[in-house]
Design a protein around this ligand. Sequence first.
Ligand SMILES: Cc1cc2nc3c(=O)[nH]c(=O)nc-3n(C[C@H](O)[C@H](O)[C@H](O)COP(=O)(O)OP(=O)(O)OC[C@H]3O[C@@H](n4cnc5c(N)ncnc54)[C@H](O)[C@@H]3O)c2cc1C
Length: 321
Amino acid sequence: METSTRGEALLARLSADDWGLRGRLQADADMSKLTWFRVGGPADLLFQPADEDDLSLFLSRLPRDVPVTVVGVGSNLLVRDGGIAGVVIRLSARGFGSVERVCETRLKAGAAVLDKKLAAAALEAGLGGFAFYHGIPGGIGGALRMNAGANGTETTGRVVEVAALDRQGGRHLLSHADMGYTYRHSAAPDDYIFTSAVFEGVAQDRAAIQKAMDAVQHHRETVQPVKEKTGGSTFKNPDGHSAWKLVDEAGLRGFRVGGAQMSEMHCNFMINTGDATAYDLETLGEMVRRKVLENSGIRLDWEIKRIGRFAPGRDVPAGIA
Ligand SMILES: Cc1cc2nc3c(=O)[nH]c(=O)nc-3n(C[C@H](O)[C@H](O)[C@H](O)COP(=O)(O)OP(=O)(O)OC[C@H]3O[C@@H](n4cnc5c(N)ncnc54)[C@H](O)[C@@H]3O)c2cc1C
């Protein structure tokens, strides 16, 4: 007797063929291809909406008990080996990838726009304050959720308002205050999917903007393993401390579990040296948390988002409760 996969079973249950969707719905989508770490099991279903209306329609028709996870370009994600239950939403550049100037000092960007593209559009428009995005490899949706920042500037410093859809497909316009920004965090409801945002810059000479972007690029290439399979900073900086220093002081630069390693170049970056599993990477992270706590008395919190199911028998207990 033929058995169906989780994805096939969910697809059959939804019978979405007559919903009138224009985007792409795919069963058992390989998430390792959609994350920087290049690890992780399949999403039961992957939906790539054609545009905001298509996404709203999909969410309104999707039964309430089906979990929804949104991903950007996966530069801050560790997808576990057992895959992701329910539907993963990934916004396509086709429907969510444009940047437009809305007034003298403001740009509106779709949530699938890469941070680098927004920085380039700001340069073109002669708007300063966006150079930090030139060095962050994510997309705008991820930047809005993570309050991505670098070189002394964060997303919160540029955002004016954000458009989002809720789990039922309802539309919302969030003000800057509604986004509830703190360090690498937004307090906007967890189920909101950001679809676009308006950003404010300051008029600046293009040569000065280009210089700032070149400095960002040079700094990155000198201190970060940007060509590796990584998720960027593994842990948030605790108040008054640098996570990398705490990792270094605990003797964990280069520390390995299976194919996972704390980078020799920047020891708050975990890297997949080639054959790591999500289990190796998460185990490494939890061991580092425990050893740093033992060494310094300071708890590190994950900056990387870990999502999905553990593979059977491969749970990773939190190193420190
Ligand atoms: C080499 C390297 C360097 C990095 N340097 C920096 C840095 O300097 N500063 C920094 O802040 N980060 C850095 N990062 C981390 C990462 O690039 C940022 O967190 C980025 O903002 C994540 O965007 P993403 O599109 O990859 O999101 P993902 O990693 O795919 O997702 C991250 C989170 O955002 C949520 N999300 C994604 N899209 C949406 C959406 N449309 N609506 C709602 N939620 C959404 C996801 O659910 C998830 O919780 C680095 C990563 C790498 C690999």
